[in-house]
Design a protein around this ligand. Structure first.
Ligand code: ATP
Ligand code: MG
Length: 437
């Protein structure tokens, strides 16, 4: 019986029957897969730091209004995918569905506009979208991303793509496909939207209900529809590239020229749109044929209007976000090799009267930089021997009363059974040197 809020609740017996699983669309990342996560995350951080980006972390939840304004009311994210709730004071909050809006808010709120431009940031955070679960599509997922604030130059667009290209190269992801487009600016987009309306109007009744709604709210969104029956109408739609104003055309040409110079291959995609409302000019996506229907590994582009929409000064900006789960699927498909985990250096076997001394010895070795395990189950000698064998440790030693007395250990190399006597003070050095062999 437990007392809870004044009520007596019987839970004994019942709790055991309850099978609590992780919420749909979420998953645990277990130790045997974490080395891949670390490899990807550490490499990304290293590449970003070398390009001069600093890491930022923003709150997991923000005021709902931030995303409504910053991501856009007409997007699928805001209309269908957000985890929104009222907090205890009745304020509407939302679990972050993407990173850019929160980072732009942080940029404004923390006065980063007064820092020397450009301000270059990167992040490694998880995001939340209420989506239908599929391979590579989760309700909580992770993204690695970059943002550059304060540069309208096409070279900033090129640099941000170069960050990705370097990351993929160093990761060993050799097959990659970069789709590149431009969606113009508020100057030239209205003409394009008029052309889109004219194109879709005749066949609207044959298109999905969402597209019919999008036609009214924002016809650009139709281009992002994934429903099969809408695809023929989307394929024949006019291209924004034919409607770019002079300045946008020039900007796009400069991005392409810079990418050529950087030896980054791309495919000019005439029908590219992105899922968020705030993009202007350059848009890009890394797509894969391996990840199944969730072909997009990474998406990005320029968002010159966002900071202003959120109440800051006009600040041109460009960025990208890459899904870690999808990247890992791609890594698996392309059979990218990762360095194996560092093996256990030493397994210490002890007896009841030396177990505590063995713990202290392990601690000393660990503080010297070694990977060491000792028994914390108070198991029998035989069971510990078995565990040492299974642990694939490089060395083991038996810590008995005699060793406690003599401060000398008989170190056994498990690969060939060769034994050496080593004094306690030389043990760490001996094992560290053995690593190098
Ligand atoms: P999609 O078209 O697949 O829904 P998106 O356009 O919504 O992607 P972005 O908002 O641009 O995606 O996010 C950037 C990246 O984040 C994607 O390219 C993808 O790798 C990853 N991503 C987006 N949504 C999810 C999700 N629900 N689960 C896992 N990864 C995701
Ligand atoms: Mg999506």
């Amino acid at each position: 019986m437990v007392e809870c809020c004044g009520e007596k609740t019987v839970y004994q017996g019942r709790i055991r029957q309850m099978n609590i699983t992780a919420p749909r669309g979420t998953k645990d990342i277990l130790p045997d897969e974490i080395s891949r996560w670390h490899a990807v995350e550490n490499l990304f951080a290293s590449v970003c730091e070398r390009y001069g980006y600093g890491e930022i972390r923003t709150p997991t939840f923000e005021k709902t209004e931030l995303f409504a304004r910053g991501v856009g009311d007409s997007t699928d994210i805001v209309r269908k995918e957000m985890y929104t709730f009222d907090d205890k004071a009745g304020r509407s909050m939302t679990l972050r569905p993407e990173g850019t809006a929160g980072i732009a808010r942080a940029y404004i709120e923390n006065g980063m506009a007064s820092l020397p431009s450009p301000v270059k940031l990167y992040y490694d955070m998880s995001f939340f979208r209420y989506e239908k679960m599929q391979k590579g599509r989760y309700r909580e997922f992770w993204q690695l991303g970059c943002e550059i604030f304060g540069s309208s130059s096409a070279y900033a667009d090129a640099e941000i793509i170069a960050v990705l290209d370097t990351f993929f190269t160093e990761l060993g992801l050799s097959e990659r496909q970069l789709e590149l487009g431009s969606i113009g600016c508020p100057e030239c987009r209205p003409d394009f939207i008029t052309a889109l309306r004219a194109h879709f109007e005749a066949d609207l009744d044959k298109m999905c209900a969402d597209c019919q709604e999008r036609f009214e709210i924002n016809p650009l969104r139709i281009l992002d529809c994934k429903v099969e029956t809408c695809q023929p109408f989307i394929a024949t739609a006019p291209s924004q590239l034919d409607y770019l104003c002079g300045a946008c055309d020039e900007h796009f040409a400069k991005v392409k020229l810079a990418l050529d110079e950087l030896d980054i291959t791309y495919n000019v995609n005439r029908s590219m749109v992105r899922g968020l409302d705030y993009y202007t000019r350059t848009v890009f996506e890394y797509v894969s044929t391996h990840v199944g229907t969730q072909g997009s590994i990474c998406g990005g582009g320029r968002y010159d209007g966002l900071v202003e929409i959120l109440g800051g000064k006009h600040t041109p900006a460009v960025g990208f976000a890459m899904g870690i789960e999808r990247l890992l699927l791609e890594i698996e498909a392309q059979e990218v090799e990762f360095p194996p985990l560092a093996p256990l250096d030493l397994f210490i076997i002890s007896f009841p009267d030396t177990a505590v001394s063995a713990l202290a010895l392990a601690q000393k070795m660990i503080r010297s930089g070694l990977i060491v395990q000792t028994d914390v189950m108070e198991r029998s000698l035989k069971a510990q021997m078995k565990q040492a064998d299974r642990s694939s440790a490089q060395y083991m030693l038996v810590f008995g009363a005699e060793e406690l007395e003599s401060k000398q250990f008989l170190l056994k190399r498990l690969s060939d059974g060769v034994e050496h006597t080593v004094a306690v003070d030389d043990l760490a050095d001996y094992l560290l040197k053995a690593r190098e062999k």
